[in-house]
Design a protein around this ligand. Structure first.
Ligand SMILES: [Mg+2]
Length: 249
C-alpha cells in the first residue's frame, strides 16, 4: 500500500450512513498515519454549514477543505482561505452583474445568506423548469461577457461560480501542491457538482451507489475505465471503490 490523495464530497457521499462512515474513518486514519495519505473534503457547503455538519457527524479533520463548490480552499478552518486560489477566482468575475442578470428570472429563488459567497451565487431552481431557465440564463450571462460556470445539483440547487473555480480544478490545485499523481488520487461523489471531479485527468473515480440521476447520465455519456460505479451507498460505496482500485487491501 502507498500514499494516496483521497478527495470526497460530503453530503450523500461520505455522509449518509454512520456505521460505514466509522469504518472508513478508521481505515483512512490508519492509512494517513502510516503512509501520509492526504484527506480532502470538497463540498457545496459554505464553511459555516461545514462546521455545522462536523457537530452532527464524526468526521476526520481533513488536510484541506474545499468549500462553496470549489471556490474556497482552507488548510485550517480558523484561517483565511488560500489567497493564491482566491486570486484565480477573481479573474473575470463580477458578482454584482451575475446577481443582476439572475434577477431577470422569476424561477430563481436566492438561497440563504450563508450560502452566498464571494465567488458563489446560489439559487433554488425547480427541476421542471430547469432546462429552459438554465439555457436562457447561460445565454444572457454570456451576452454580458461573464465567464462563469452554472452548476445544477440534486435537482434543486443552482450555483453560479467563476469558470476557473470548481471542485475538479481545486482538487488539481491541491494534487499539484502535494505533488501526487492522478493515478494515486481518488475522487468520490454523488451528484452534478461532483462531475468536475471526475472529468479532469485520470484520477480514480468512485461514484457511490446512491448517486443522483444527473451524475449517472453524465457517466453513461462519458464512460471511462478509471471510474468505478459502486453498488453500495455512501461511505460503504467509497470503501468498495477503494478496495476495487487497490488503495485498501
Ligand atoms: Mg453530494
Amino acid at each position: 500500500m502507498a500514499k494516496f490523495l483521497f478527495v470526497t464530497d460530503l453530503d450523500n457521499t461520505l455522509v449518509g450512513d454512520d456505521q460505514s462512515l466509522a469504518e472508513l474513518n478508521q481505515k483512512l486514519k490508519q492509512h494517513r498515519q502510516e503512509y501520509d495519505t492526504k484527506i480532502v473534503y470538497t463540498t457545496g457547503r459554505s464553511l459555516t454549514l461545514y462546521q455545522q455538519l462536523t457537530e452532527e457527524k464524526n468526521l476526520l479533520v481533513p488536510d484541506a477543505l474545499v468549500t462553496a463548490v470549489g471556490t474556497e480552499i482552507y488548510y485550517h478552518v480558523d484561517n483565511d482561505p488560500d489567497p493564491s486560489w482566491s486570486e484565480k477566482m477573481m479573474v473575470g468575475w463580477d458578482r454584482e452583474l451575475v446577481i443582476n442578470t439572475a434577477s431577470h428570472f422569476a424561477d430563481l429563488t436566492p438561497q440563504p445568506e450563508t450560502e452566498q459567497r464571494p465567488f458563489k451565487v446560489s439559487y433554488f431552481l425547480a427541476e421542471i423548469v430547469a432546462a429552459d431557465v438554465l439555457s436562457e440564463l447561460e445565454d444572457l450571462l454570456q451576452k454580458r461577457g461573464l465567464n462563469v460556470r452554472l452548476i445544477y445539483s440534486g435537482s434543486k440547487d443552482l450555483d453560479i461560480i467563476p469558470r476557473r473555480g470548481n471542485k475538479g480544478a481545486a482538487m488539481q490545485f491541491l494534487r499539484q501542491h502535494w505533488d501526487i499523481s492522478p493515478t494515486q488520487t481518488v475522487v468520490c461523489g454523488d451528484s452534478g457538482n461532483d462531475i468536475a471531479l471526475f472529468s479532469m485527468d485520470r484520477e480514480r473515480g468512485i461514484i457511490v451507489g446512491n448517486a443522483q440521476p444527473e451524475l449517472l447520465r453524465w457517466c453513461e455519456i462519458n464512460p471511462a475505465d478509471y471510474r468505478y460505479q459502486a453498488k453500495s451507498y455512501y461511505a460503504a460505496g467509497i470503501l468498495e471503490g477503494l478496495y476495487y482500485f487497490g488503495f485498501f487491501k
